[in-house]
Design a protein around this ligand. Sequence first.
Ligand code: UN1
Length: 503
Amino acid sequence: MATVAVPKFHKNFINGEWVEARSGRSFENRNPADHSELIGIFPSSTEDDVNDAVDAAKAAYAKWRLVPAPKRAEILYRAAETLVKRKEDLARDMTMEMGKPLSETRGDVQEAIDMTYYMAGEGRRLFGQTVPSELPNKFAMSVRDPLGVVGMITPWNFPMAIPSWKIMPALICGNTVVIKPAEDTPLSTYNLVQILTEAGLPVGVVNVIYGMGPDAGAPLVAHDDVMAVSFTGSTDTGRLVNQACASSFKPCHLEMGGKNIILVMDDANLDLAVEGAVWGGFGTSGQRCTAASRVAVHKKVYREFLNRFAQRVRALKIGDGLDPETEIGPLVNETQLQTVMKYVEIGKNEGTRLVVGGHRAESGRLATGWFHEPTIFADVNPKMRIAQEEIFGPVVALLPFDSFNEALEIANHVNYGLSASIYTRDVNLAYRAMRDLETGIVYVNAPTIGAEIQLPFGGTKSTGNGHREAGTAAIDFYSEWKTLYIDYSDRLQRAQMDTTEHS
Ligand code: UN1
């Protein structure tokens, strides 16, 4: 049984209490596989609610920063154990609110479990450096300080994984949190925070504000007491977040769009490459930042690859994610469906070859959901819009190439730089690809999706702004270095640069 049946009317979570939005306004959370089904009603927050939440987080910070990190970790361990126990219910809730198949929402919860355990482990590490001093009887080291209140804005495509990527490292470092989840997936954040609270998280340490970006997200980013911001979402919104943080030098971490590519060389294991392209291109209905929306194939194997790929994709089963047979769930909402349909039109008008799909899927029970057929365009020119712009849907552009250098040129010639992959059995080409692909993540003989939480996640160019999530890289964002010098000589010792001895 899904936990969704329990509270249909949700509230913000501020200072350990569930409270209505001050405006009294609300919004609906509906099932994208059947939009007649109402999942819940959530408060539509505004600046007043954000102020309350930040005040609560600021007050809680005074105590939380002093809780020893291994003790903070114990709460995270308990939360991880509950996530494990409730995985199935959490996955069902998530499938109902955003559509991806149960097999994938289980994976989303698993990623939250992994991140929570990993960051709990960091509670006994949070390594700094102890280095020799240049002076006698002097000790030198660096430690990590928390930042204070961190504001988080999270997307709908990984409704539990991505909030956990942000919340867990922030907490283990000693920060407190105000999070605004995407309006399409408020329930999964509710579930996550409920579990943290049950695990013993003190009042005010994590606060949740539901609502729309301009009304609730913007005041959160701009709030003077929010010391850092982490945002995952579109490049356009990321730019606004960046600008809002710039004037006060507020650190902000941005994880934005992608136009990821799989390169299939002529010596590749074609069956493996086809499986990779199907999963990379159409997993999560293409709604991953890491989705392989471009597949470039060596001309020697292009026709063969296209035939096998098209055959596999035609057979993919579209449906409600709760049905265990479903491979392709709906798009998250009507706007997303319309974006996909718009890009299919653009692709057709650009003179490419539509090989598979190309339509909204609305037969029978699909009529009440936001479904779209998995779609392949072949013979795409790298300059075309469908080869350049992020679509965030089940649309893959197939591009032919003649040589490895041309493949690299195609791969790198986009504004984004999240992930890229190469299928080859030539170790030299694999290493050249690892060196020359201009993305934050490179895969060899695996698709562009499937990053593991113990390594840095993020991208170059318009995908990111230099920070990384996950692994110890996340700790670097959610903490600030403090350098400590302890002189036990009992006399004034000038640093080497301030003495004449070196001249
Ligand atoms: C995203 O699409 O925003 O690497 C995150 C992957 C997942 C995370 C994707 N582990 O595909």
